[in-house]
Design a protein around this ligand. Structure first.
Ligand code: R5P
Length: 294
C-alpha cells in the first residue's frame, strides 16, 4: 500500500492530495514540550509500505525541519519499503553556495540531513536554486522538482481570460513559457541590519508594452514583497488594465501584502505550499501525481 503523511505545516495539503490520489493518509502527531523540544509520533503500521512524507518549511522553518527529521527517523524505524520526502516549500533554498569563506551552505545541509536519515527520494516544488531543473543532483542528493506555475496560470486564465505573464524574479524566468515577458532583476547583496538580514532588488525597466492588458506578475517566492511590488508598480505605470500578483511560495513577511496593495495589485494569489488567505491555487494535484509514482 501507499501512504502519505503530512507534518504539521502540510497536513491540509496532504489530506487533499490523499483524496485525489486515493491513497491512505497516516497521521503524524506533534507536540511541543514546555522547554521547546518537539515530540513526534507517526501513527500506523508502515512496515513494507511505500511512504511519502511531506512538510512545508514555512512558517517556523527551524522547528518545521526538525519535525520532518524526527518523523522521517520514526518512519524509517518501521521498515517501510521506500520513503520519499517532499518539501513543498524548502527553506534555506537561497543559500545554495558559499558566497564568503566559512559560510554554511544551508540548502546542502538540509538535503544531506534528509538523505542521511534514509530518505530514498527527495521531491520539491519550485525549489528556488533549481532554476527550473526537474531532475538533478545537489550535494549528491537526487532532487525531483515540480513546477506549480501552470496551475497558477490555469487559475488566472479561467478567471480573467487572456493575459500576459511578467516574470520579475531572478530565478523565475522559467516558470511559464507562453506569452511571457521576463524582467531582469538586479539583486543587491543581503545586508545585516540590527541582527536581521535584508536584500534589495532593482528591476530593470524595459521597453515593454502591456497597455490595456491583464498582466500576471508571477514569481517563485514573495517574501518581503519588494520585488513583486516594484514589478506591479511598473505594470501599472505602463498602463496595464489589470495587475495580478501571484507566486508559488507566499511568505508575505515584513508588510508584503500592504506593499502589493499599494503597488496597485488587483488580486494577490499564492499556492498552498505555504497556507495563507491568499492560497487560491492548490498544489495537491502535483503531490497526488507524485504519490501515485513512489
Ligand atoms: C529571487 O531570487 C526570488 O525569485 C524572489 O524574487 C525573491 O525571493 C522575492 O523576495 P522579496 O519578496 O523579498 O523581494
Amino acid at each position: 500500500m501507499t501512504f502519505i503523511i503530512g507534518c504539521s505545516n502540510a497536513e491540509n495539503l496532504c489530506r487533499k492530495a490523499a483524496r485525489l490520489a486515493n491513497v491512505k493518509l497516516a497521521r503524524s502527531e506533534t507536540k511541543i514540550f514546555p522547554d521547546g523540544d518537539l515530540y513526534v509520533r507517526v501513527d500506523g503500521n508502515l512496515e513494507g509500505e511505500k511512504v511519502l512524507l511531506v512538510q512545508s518549511g514555512y512558517p517556523n522553518q527551524n522547528s518545521a525541519l526538525m519535525e520532518l527529521f524526527l518523523a522521517l527517523d520514526a518512519v524509517k524505524d518501521m521498515d517501510p519499503k521506500r520513503v520519499s520526502v517532499m518539501l513543498a516549500y524548502m527553506p534555506y533554498s537561497k543559500q545554495d553556495r558559499r558566497f564568503k569563506g566559512g559560510e554554511a551552505v544551508s540548502a546542502g545541509t538540509v538535503l544531506k540531513l534528509i538523505k542521511g536519515l534514509g530518505a530514498d527520494r527527495f521531491y520539491a516544488i519550485n525549489l528556488h536554486f533549481a532554476g527550473g531543473r526537474a531532475d538533478f543532483h545537489f550535494f549528491n542528493v537526487g532532487v525531483r522538482n515540480l513546477n506549480a506555475a501552470p496551475l497558477v496560470a490555469d487559475y488566472v486564465g479561467s478567471k480573467y481570460g487572456d493575459f500576459t505573464a511578467v516574470l520579475p524574479g531572478k530565478g523565475s524566468n522559467y516558470l511559464l513559457t507562453d506569452n511571457v515577458i521576463p524582467l531582469e532583476t538586479r539583486r543587491q547583496e543581503y545586508r545585516a541590519s540590527g541582527g536581521r538580514y535584508f536584500g534589495g532588488s532593482g528591476i530593470l525597466g524595459k521597453d515593454i508594452d502591456v497597455g490595456g492588458k491583464t498582466v500576471l506578475v508571477l514569481d517563485d517566492i514573495v517574501s518581503t514583497g519588494g520585488t513583486m511590488a516594484k514589478a506591479c508598480d511598473m505594470m501599472r505605470r505602463k498602463g496595464a488594465k489589470r495587475v495580478i500578483s501571484a507566486c508559488i511560495h507566499g511568505l508575505f513577511v515584513d508588510g508584503a501584502v500592504k506593499k502589493l496593495e499599494n503597488a496597485g495589485a488587483d488580486e494577490i494569489i499564492s499556492t498552498d505550499t505555504i497556507e495563507s488567505g491568499f492560497s487560491k491555487v492548490s498544489v495537491a494535484p502535483l503531490i497526488a501525481g507524485v504519490v501515485k509514482k513512489i
